[in-house]
Design a protein around this ligand. Structure first.
Ligand SMILES: Cc1cc2nc3c(=O)[nH]c(=O)nc-3n(C[C@H](O)[C@H](O)[C@H](O)COP(=O)(O)OP(=O)(O)OC[C@H]3O[C@@H](n4cnc5c(N)ncnc54)[C@H](O)[C@@H]3O)c2cc1C
Length: 388
């Protein structure tokens, strides 16, 4: 074995592991205590938000030029993973701040970036992302929300469905058709809409299976007038920007899935060492040990794929689409399997709300659905494979 430091290549850096320890401390002390209550009351975890802002973990991806801490894509994933390990709903604070602002980071003018990124970096505002519509979920290009040029501004009409952190966010990236006669996929533009813009309101809170602390609502635009300088990128480029955003942010959903699964595995490991049946700790049964080994094996494979995808996101590698989709798809399937097994390992105790694995299993499900269902991830992967 060589002592050459170059052989340390395939591992996270000391800085990344120090960051993990710092986030874990905040998550354990300030976020975990409120996780069950946020779920039970379906209430936005304000205490988590305040703790994340106080420690600069609420929007870590924003660059120093805009007042952020400039965490790289892997560091951002580690933040999301560690928060999700104790509270999936809270992990959507850094995750969706990245989702909402990524279109700006990728494509907006300096003026738009200078106006909207610093308040998010300071923790004064959150940023949400409005792509999906009631009749246009997987098929995003069939969206109906319309932005019409009107004098020196734009007027928006239509709706967006299932928007994470709607209502609690001050700013929204909204995708709307600007050229109804134009080519499908090239007739959409991206805009920043502010919560206070006239004609912009929200639907009722969705009543969800999981991530209940994260508010999900419709965005409703009824003659919503916005100034002309709110377009992100060029006219007609909106859908491309929205999909390029997802290439990067699907990796963060992979990280969220890894965190949820790790939280469930950690809890189950503690439980099986305490619980006795047939005169011994259930951890001593080989049937239980094999389950634990499979859970940990799948989880580690998911984590490695997410971290490689994060490195690709940071570098902007050409195969990011494949890796972003693969990381999200694989990690979310693992999260569903691992949390389901964690419930199984706790037996009846796993099925009741006295223990967190019940919540974690419900929370895991959404990672297979949002930012594109896992069927859509497979389409994205196959498309990239067949292009070669
Ligand atoms: C809690 C929550 C939060 C969300 N947050 C946001 C957000 O912040 N911003 C946002 O824009 N959206 C958000 N979404 C929307 C989410 O991204 C969509 O729900 C998702 O993309 C699926 O769209 P759909 O629900 O219309 O399902 P559909 O597109 O109707 O799909 C139904 C089923 O058909 C399958 N399917 C569809 N097309 C194909 C195909 N070509 N081949 C094979 N199978 C196919 C799907 O995989 C799925 O199983 C959120 C959703 C939820 C539930």
């Amino acid at each position: 074995m060589s002592n050459n430091k170059d052989f340390d290549l395939f591992r996270t850096s000391d800085d990344h592991e120090e960051l993990r320890a710092a986030v874990r401390a905040v998550a354990q002390d300030k976020i975990a205590p409120h996780a069950a209550e946020a779920d039970e009351l379906a209430a936005f975890p304000k205490a988590s938000y305040d703790a994340l802002v106080a420690s600069d973990f609420h929007a870590p991806h924003i660059g120093e030029a805009y007042g952020g801490v400039g965490a790289d894509a892997l560091a951002t994933c580690i933040v999301i993973e560690e928060v999700a390990r104790v509270c999936a709903a809270s992990s959507l604070i850094p995750a969706v701040n990245k989702l909402g602002t990524m279109p700006l980071i990728l494509a907006a003018s300096d003026e738009i970036k200078a106006k909207y990124l610093p308040p998010v970096a300071r923790g004064e505002a959150m940023f949400a992302y409005g792509l999906s519509e009631r009749e246009a979920g997987s098929d995003t290009a069939s969206m109906k929300c319309r932005a019409k040029a009107d004098g020196d501004g734009w007027v928006l009409n239509g709706q967006k469905s299932w928007i994470t952190n709607a209502g609690v966010s001050s700013f929204y990236t909204v995708l709307a058709v600007t050229d109804p006669q134009g080519k499908r996929g090239s007739n959409v533009s991206a805009f920043v809409v502010e919560k206070s813009d006239p004609g912009f309101t929200f639907g009722d809170l969705e009543r969800k299976m999981g991530i209940k602390g994260s508010p999900t609502r419709e965005l409703i635009f009824e003659g919503c007038r916005i100034p002309g300088d709110r377009m992100v990128g060029a006219p007609g480029e909106g859908l491309k920007i929205a999909l390029a955003t997802l290439d990067h942010t699907r990796v963060t959903i992979g990280a969220q899935a890894v965190g949820i699964a790790q939280g469930a595995l950690d809890f189950a490991l503690g439980y099986v060492k305490e619980r006795s049946q047939f005169g011994k700790h259930i951890a001593q049964f080989q049937g239980i040990q094999f389950m634990l080994a499979d859970m940990a094996m799948k989880l580690e494979a998911a984590r490695q794929l997410v971290y490689v995808a994060a490195a690709k996101s940071e570098r902007g590698d050409k195969d990011l689409s494949f890796f972003g989709a693969a990381a999200k798809c694989f990690a979310s399937d693992v999260a569903m399997a691992v949390t389901t097994d964690a419930v199984q390992l706790l037996g009846g105790a796993g099925y009741v709300k006295d223990y967190p694995v019940e919540r974690m299993m419900r929370d895991a499900k959404i990672t297979q659905i949002y930012e594109g269902t896992n069927q859509i991830q497979r389409i994205v992967m196959a498309r990239q494979l067949l292009k070669k």
